[in-house]
Design a protein around this ligand. Sequence first.
Ligand code: GLU
Length: 280
Amino acid sequence: MFVTRFAPSPTGGLHKGHAFSAMLAHDAARAAGGRFLLRIEDTDFTRCRTEHEVAILEDLAWLGLTRDGPVRRQSQHRADYDAALAQLREMGVLYRCFRTRKELMALAGVAPQAGDPIDARAFAGGPPDPADEAERLAAGQPFAWRLSLSAAAAHLGGFDHLDWIEEGEDPGRHTARPEALGDMVLGRKDIGAGYVIASVIDDAAQGVSHVIRGVDLVETTSVQRVLQALLGLPTPVYRHHRLLLAPDGKRLSKRDRAETLAALRDRGVTPADLRQELFG
Ligand code: GLU
């Protein structure tokens, strides 16, 4: 059975890029006689808002994209993600990270005041030494749980045998290369288990056969493939699609306040206009 999903985070209004992704997933499900699921990825309660979730449902209805089955909200499944984190911890592939962003940037050789948007994730700096860790734990310092790629590689006998079938922009068999993102945070100091692990658990729980999403998540797929191997979960087929660009050539993003679907609707754009623009 062909099962795919649209999995937005309710952190702002959806824009054309989301509409493109949702339409691709919906149309693929319909063409295959399969299912199109909606999953609300709201693990990050510091950024997610109910009003954005309500708007997402309105936007999808406006676009004419009918979903199958109930909406799944990640905030209602925290216990499952925590259980997976506990399982990984017992396998010895996670470590505590007490470092602040500033410390991580210093480790990476970047001055934090320079405002450089460098992604500090790839410079996790490895596990703390045991004495230091014990001291910090005793002092009640908050910490994140990171995936140790070296421990995961030892556990799995390397990553070269981990692959997935890609049907998107760069089709073929892809081998997992999780090193690009380094030892990623799977459990955050503030929210606990986050998107990277929640999404893997949910794709398996919902029987997702095809993950259709933007090519900006292709590196994350490598890490998610490692998690599937560690947790004994199936690997879906992936279709990473191109990203839509704003007139200035930058990719559309909520952060840069790309025009929302609600705003398009208000100025009289119809779903048919949008389909024409996006799919020609
Ligand atoms: N929640 C993610 C986002 O909005 C999508 C993740 C996915 O499709 O796997 O970017």
